[in-house]
Design a protein around this ligand. Structure first.
Ligand code: PEP
Ligand code: MG
Length: 557
């Protein structure tokens, strides 16, 4: 047995055989033709194999995934495609290049058609990558088909791959790359699949190897013996006991102080799950997740429907926060692309992009106001990446003009945290995005796994910025919706510096509620003081753990 370690980013223990997710191999460097007829036979056989595998996979899929997989299989069998490939072969292309060129033609046609058809480009590219891999005798890229429990092992996973995974069959995710706040990690914990990222030794794991993982500690056991799995499981059981003690209703500290515990969601369908897992509302709806694969801007009506669905899911008076489009940097949107930039994370992203594409923000605000009218609810609406008072004012007057009553901003830029008294003057609430706040405070790209040590929100500088935000906020409700809020121990620190609303992946709610209920506000303040006095993230965490209730240990290490 070998023990590997990575970063645990989504709680839970999983045990199953490894299923390797191969990256798309791309075009071969050598692609000789064996004559049109032989080439066509090879191409047709590769496409049929891809189609057959998709069909086979569809037989085990749920109804919505079934339709998608069958439609994709039909693309691979499209006779028009073969005609086009043949003409590229006769133009002198090698077989893989001819197939690639024909797909490119189809993609261009669909892209130009716009709307629903344009969205099929992604599926076509997926068929192309699979077929080119099969022609080279390589495993198909992406998540291969499977019908028994697996642990997926990949270099990294695209958010689109993660979003469609079935937690009943996928018992865990292990990636060699990726960071703790990558959107793939966030999606995994939203779906409830244990996940470990930044486990570089995962590159050596072979297909079919028995594995076990703990998505809290980041431990991966390769060919585990029974005793090791038993220990992993026993800790998981002790954890389960603590979790079972979490209060069912609203979250309070042991002295009765209220703290809102909310969920981060990426689509209306996440809302009922979040509610079931104990969320009182939504602290962050990442609205851009709705449109990641769209080629054209969503209409006001379709947005209204999505937003109204979320509002109706929660009780009247619940806090439901919509973040306006946070496009750019790690979340590029095809319809909101302002062109290449040297440093996208420092460029025109978030609100800066909305200030250029006022059509997009106005449509979104109109949709939110309509959803409010339709449901009789009062949505909280906030803008991402606000750096100055002028930007906050720009957003708040635009949102009010559109009919939004409760307007806020995200605190993700150190300048806003340091000047919160001034920047927050024209808004009603704020939510601290500790993922970006850490990235910008530590000048460390959040997508770069190697920088994980700098990127932890346990950095005393980050905790100090959270405190500065709360200190300057007056009576305004300050929340945290970055991943920090879902760390039970760090949640105590956040409450200790003045945060009263914590929003997290739904899978983390119970652990945070259980932990909050075992501590008083005084204890949280002492824990926060100790963390702030520390000179490194490790020291801060250790100091907090020493002062916290002993039950917290099993939840966080
Ligand atoms: C954050 O930056 O902490 C945040 C919540 O926003 P996102 O992760 O979507 O950038
Ligand atoms: Mg952010």
């Amino acid at each position: 047995m070998r023990t590997l370690s990575g970063l645990g980013v989504s709680a839970g223990v999983g045990q199953a055989h490894a299923l390797l997710v191969s990256p798309a191999p791309g075009l071969p460097t050598s692609d000789p033709s064996q004559g049109t007829e032989a080439d066509m036979a090879r191409i047709e056989s590769a496409l049929n194999k891809v189609a057959d595998r998709l069909d086979e996979r569809s037989m085990h899929a749920d109804p919505s995934a079934l339709a998608v997989l069958q439609a994709t299989a039909m693309m691979a069998r499209d006779p028009g495609l073969l005609t086009s490939i043949k003409s590229h072969l006769t133009d002198g292309h090698g077989p893989a290049h001819a197939l690639w060129a024909a797909f490119d033609d189809f993609c261009a046609q669909l892209g130009a058609a716009g709307g629903y058809l344009a969205e099929r480009v992604t599926d076509l590219r997926n068929v192309r990558d699979r077929a080119v891999a099969v022609m080279q005798g390589l495993p198909e890229p992406g998540v291969p088909s499977f019908d028994s429990p697996v642990i997926l092992v990949a270099e990294d996973l695209a958010p689109a791959d993660t979003a469609t995974l079935n937690p009943d069959l996928v018992r865990g995710l292990i990636t060699a790359a990726g960071g703790p706040t990558s959107h793939t990690a966030i999606l995994a914990s939203q779906i409830g699949i244990p996940a470990v990222v930044r486990c570089s030794e995962a590159r050596e794991i072979e297909d079919g190897t028995p594995l076990a993982l703990d998505g809290v500690t980041g431990t991966v056991l390769v060919e585990p013996d029974e005793a090791a799995v038993a220990e992993l499981t026993s800790r998981a059981n002790r954890r389960a006991e603590v979790l079972a003690s979490a209060p069912e209703g609203d979250a309070t500290l042991s002295d009765g102080e209220r703290v809102l515990v909310l969920a981060n969601i990426g689509s209306p369908s996440d809302a009922p799950t979040a509610k079931k897992k104990g969320a009182e509302g939504v602290g962050l709806f990442r609205t851009e997740f709705l449109f990641l694969d769209r080629q054209d801007a969503p209409t006001v009506n379709e947005q209204t429907e999505a937003y109204a669905t979320v509002l109706k899911t929660f009780d009247e008076g619940a806090k439901v926060v919509f973040r306006t489009l946070d496009a750019g940097a790690d979340k590029p949107l095809a319809f909101a692309d302002l062109g290449p930039e040297e440093n996208p994370a420092l460029g025109r992203r978030g609100l800066r992009l909305s200030q250029v594409r006022t059509d997009l923000i106005d449509a979104q605000l109109e949709a939110l106001a309509k959803a409010a009218e339709q449901t009789g609810r009062d949505p909280y609406v906030m803008a991402p990446m606000v750096a100055t008072r002028a930007e906050a004012e720009w957003f708040s007057s635009r949102a009010h003009a559109a009919g939004i009553k409760t307007v806020g901003i995200m605190v993700e830029v150190p300048s806003t945290a340091l000047r919160s008294a001034q920047v927050l003057e024209t808004v009603d609430f704020a939510s601290i995005g500790t993922n970006d706040l850490t990235q910008y405070a530590m000048a460390a790209d959040r997508l770069q796994g190697e920088l994980a040590e700098l990127l932890t929100p346990w950095q005393p500088a980050v905790i100090q910025l959270v405190k500065a935000t709360c200190d300057g906020a007056g009576e305004r409700l300050i929340g945290v919706c970055g991943e920090a809020a879902g760390d039970p121990l760090l949640a105590l620190v956040l409450v200790g510096v003045g945060v009263r609303s914590l929003s997290m992946a739904a899978g983390k709610i119970t652990a945070v509620k259980a932990t909050l209920s075992r501590h008083s506000l005084d204890q949280c303040r002492q824990i926060a003081e100790a963390a702030l006095a520390a000179s490194s993230p490790e020291e801060a965490r250790k100091a907090a753990l020493e002062l916290a209730d002993p039950s917290v240990e099993v939840l966080v290490s």
